[in-house]
Ligand binder design. Structure first.
Ligand SMILES: Cc1cc2nc3c(=O)[nH]c(=O)nc-3n(C[C@H](O)[C@H](O)[C@H](O)COP(=O)(O)OP(=O)(O)OC[C@H]3O[C@@H](n4cnc5c(N)ncnc54)[C@H](O)[C@@H]3O)c2cc1C
Length: 415
């Protein structure tokens, strides 16, 4: 017998659990399935930053120049593995077309508002649901080890100030006063006091428990493999654990979303952007404020009694092979601005796939041409930060309610 519900959410990452939560809160009967465990995808080992300050979209003027310099170097922050993949080629062409001032300036307020609204929801969820995930609001330091990099950082800070963000430009010594773990190599920093951090795994798994308490049926180890139709309409999915039927279906499968959508004739413009992290027990000298070494694109985040380094972007399709050259590059990049962890203990190396759209904005919408199919993906580097607001927005869309934020720029049909 097929399990039936109002809504079936496919994917138990940050986006899936938050969507299930806000749907259940609105009184809908919800099922959530995941091919692995809750939080076994990209939400597992990310940098754990909750960052309204990250309002610059990935495609921006100058990105192509930087990307061309880096893109074939095995240890660079951005790597594109050349392969015969027309989908990826088309995606890169579209991405390049968004690397202009006008689309960038349209995207900044959208990402700012998603980030701010989500941060408030993290705080609300912490209180209302009693979540404990090492949440702290201590800001974020973008640190620079070169004068040229710092000059670029100051320009970016000025631009973000024009959009109502409140970055504070600090000299190297002011930055060290704020965060004594920084090395003398730091020539300057931009501090974003509004930003926060907290364990992504802690948050998503806690939300997994909360949704069960709110009546959501959660099935792990169930991979959606195909579609069930009822006349001309979608009625559910086939999975490795049987059929699941629902009135509405939400695709929240991160980088895997296009795969399941393809048999429906849908081309969802999402490419996996692989990133890595290295997590260890807190070393003797550990930053208390999360930081990003901007020139190396490496983040260092203290999470409870652990310290995590994360970064790099690699376009190589669905590929979860751990490449030690890239984790070593992350550690080297971090050691340029904070003391290297000597004899690190309890080290975990991880990689995950960010779901990336060509314009740097997520897709949160009903799929045109399908009355019961919805998608929430493409959150790229911000899927943890934007989890709660994405869940809330899609729940509002599905129930036909006014949305908390404008969603026109997040429509499926914009591509
Ligand atoms: C190195 C790195 C650092 C990052 N740092 C940050 C950060 O600091 N802040 C931030 O906001 N974001 C960060 N991100 C991005 C963030 O992790 C992602 O945007 C986010 O995790 C995406 O969440 P998701 O729920 O869409 O996807 P996922 O977490 O990948 O979840 C998708 C789920 O779908 C399941 N699934 C897939 N296919 C199927 C199927 N056929 N059937 C059933 N289930 C299926 C998967 O098992 C998975 O659990 C980072 C990413 C990386 C790689």
């Amino acid at each position: 017998m097929a399990a039936e519900s109002d809504v079936l959410v496919i994917g138990g990452g940050s986006i899936g659990v938050c969507t299930a939560y806000y749907l259940a809160k609105r009184g809908l009967e919800v099922q959530l399935i995941d091919k692995g465990d809750i939080c076994s995808g990209c939400s597992y080992g990310n940098a754990c930053l909750i960052v309204p300050s990250h309002a610059m979209p990935v495609p921006a003027p100058g990105v192509i120049r930087k990307a061309l310099k880096w893109m074939l170097k095995e240890d660079s922050p951005l790597l594109v593995r050349p392969r015969m993949d027309w989908q990826m080629f088309g995606w890169l062409v579209r991405f390049a077309s968004f690397c202009r001032e006008e689309p960038m300036k349209c995207a900044i307020p959208v990402l700012r508002d998603l980030g701010r609204a989500s941060l408030e929801l993290f705080k609300e969820l912490g209180v209302v649901e009693g979540l404990s995930f090492d949440f702290q609001q201590r800001g974020l330091l973008n640190v620079y080890s070169s004068h040229a990099g710092f000059e670029d950082g100051k320009k970016e800070a000025e631009l973000l100030s024009d959009f109502g963000l409140e970055p504070k430009v600090l000299t190297g010594s002011q930055a060290r006063e704020l965060e004594p773990a920084l090395l003398k190599s730091v020539v300057g920093a931009v501090y974003f006091p509004e930003d926060a951090h907290g364990s992504s795994y802690g948050f998503v798994t806690a939300m997994g428990d909360v949704i069960k308490k709110r009546g959501v049926t959660v099935q792990t180890g169930a991979e959606a493999t195909g579609w069930l139709a009822n006349g001309g309409n979608l009625a559910g999915v086939k999975t490795t654990r049987g059929d699941y039927r629902a009135k509405s279906i939400v695709l929240a499968m991160g980088a895997w979303t296009p795969q399941l959508a393809r048999p429906l004739g849908l081309k969802i413009p999402v490419q996996p952007g692989k990133g890595y992290s290295v997590t260890m027990d807190r070393p003797a000298v550990c930053p208390e404020i999360p930081l990003i070494h901007v020139e190396r694109k490496v983040a260092a985040t203290p999470i409870g009694n652990r310290l995590r380094f994360a970064g790099t972007m690699e376009f190589a399709g669905i590929d979860l092979q751990l490449n030690p050259t890239r984790t070593e590059a992350i550690l080297r990049g971090a050691a340029e601005v904070i003391p290297a962890a000597t004899n690190p203990s309890n080290v975990e190396r991880w990689c995950g796939l960010r779901p990336c759209t060509p314009d740097g904005l997520p897709i949160i919408d009903r799929v045109p041409g399908f009355s019961s199919l919805y998608v929430s993906t493409g959150h790229a580097m911000l899927g943890y930060s934007h989890g709660p607001i994405s869940g809330k927005l899609l729940a509002e869309i599905i129930t036909g309610s006014p949305t908390s934020l404008p969603v026109d720029t997040l429509r499926f049909g914009r591509f």
